[in-house]
Design a protein around this ligand. Structure first.
Ligand code: ARG
Length: 251
């Protein structure tokens, strides 16, 4: 009898440990919710339509949340705050056209990738910068904390101007404060379309892959998201979301 009581006690303790909230393995920060940290300055992946954040990442995350039986909640913040908000347990996922890098892997876990991407160079039409090699010694605008920012640091003699928003870098190009902007290809296309007299260099600067960032402790969530992503790829739903925002003829 004594044995049974103590077994029951251990059982009760185990239950209360599991039930104590916080970022337990396999669960989310807030029960029933999937909190997504993003930086909604990055069309077509995340941007505002009225006061709503829409775009490829918003829709993929909503589809994942639905498969997980969770309600998606989007938190908009500076790009360089996203990783911290995932590591500190404020958000469950970072979905922000985020490139998988070895450095970021030290702080967060990445799901399987869902898109290939690249950094491109935007210049004014008629610029003497014709290829990425011509960036040596130039003044280059980037979005703070992005791979564009990180990789431009390797360009000899270049001066890097960092902006909180990608389009602010593009505005600086328009007003000749910078001579080039290095940014992801899809937002580059949107910005060039919206602004006169700009062009994207034909040679790309890097090849990259996007994935969703998750807290390293939360391997169960990574697995669940990977399963959901695989289903979305398999069913064609992922392609459908991408096609809605990126027209094939714009490739
Ligand atoms: N792909 C780049 C990176 O991971 C830029 C991403 C910027 N995303 C954003 N939502 N502002 O560094």
């Amino acid at each position: 009898m004594k044995k049974l009581v103590s077994l029951m006690l251990i059982g009760a303790m185990a239950v209360s440990l599991v039930g104590c909230g916080g970022s337990k393995k396999g669960e989310t920060v807030q029960e029933g919710k999937l909190i997504m940290a993003t930086n909604a300055e990055f069309p077509p992946y995340e941007f505002y339509e009225g006061d709503k954040v829409v775009g490829i990442d918003a829709e993929i995350s909503a589809a994942i949340a639905e498969k997980l039986g969770l309600e998606l909640q989007i938190e908009d913040m500076a790009f360089d705050a996203i990783v911290t908000s995932v590591t500190s347990g404020k958000a469950d996922i970072g979905a922000a056209g985020m490139t998988v890098t070895e450095d970021r892997k030290k702080n967060v876990a990445f799901t399987d990738t869902y898109a290939t991407a690249s950094q491109v160079v935007i210049v004014k039409e008629g610029s003497d910068i014709k290829t990425p090699d011509d960036l040596t010694g130039k003044t280059i605008g980037v979005q703070l904390g992005t791979t564009g920012d990180i990789y431009c640091g390797d360009i000899e003699g270049a001066t890097i101007e960092r902006y909180n928003k990608g389009f602010e870098a593009v505005q600086s190009l328009q007003t000749d404060k910078v001579e080039a902007v290095v940014i992801d290809e899809q937002p580059a296309k949107v910005f060039v379309e919206q602004n006169e007299g700009l062009q994207i260099l034909p040679d790309k600067f890097t090849e990259e892959e996007y994935a969703i960032a998750v807290n390293k402790e939360n391997t169960a969530l990574v697995e669940k998201i990977n399963t959901a992503l695989a289903e979305l790829k398999e069913s064609g739903e992922l392609d459908k979301i991408v096609d809605k925002y990126i027209s094939a003829d714009a490739e």
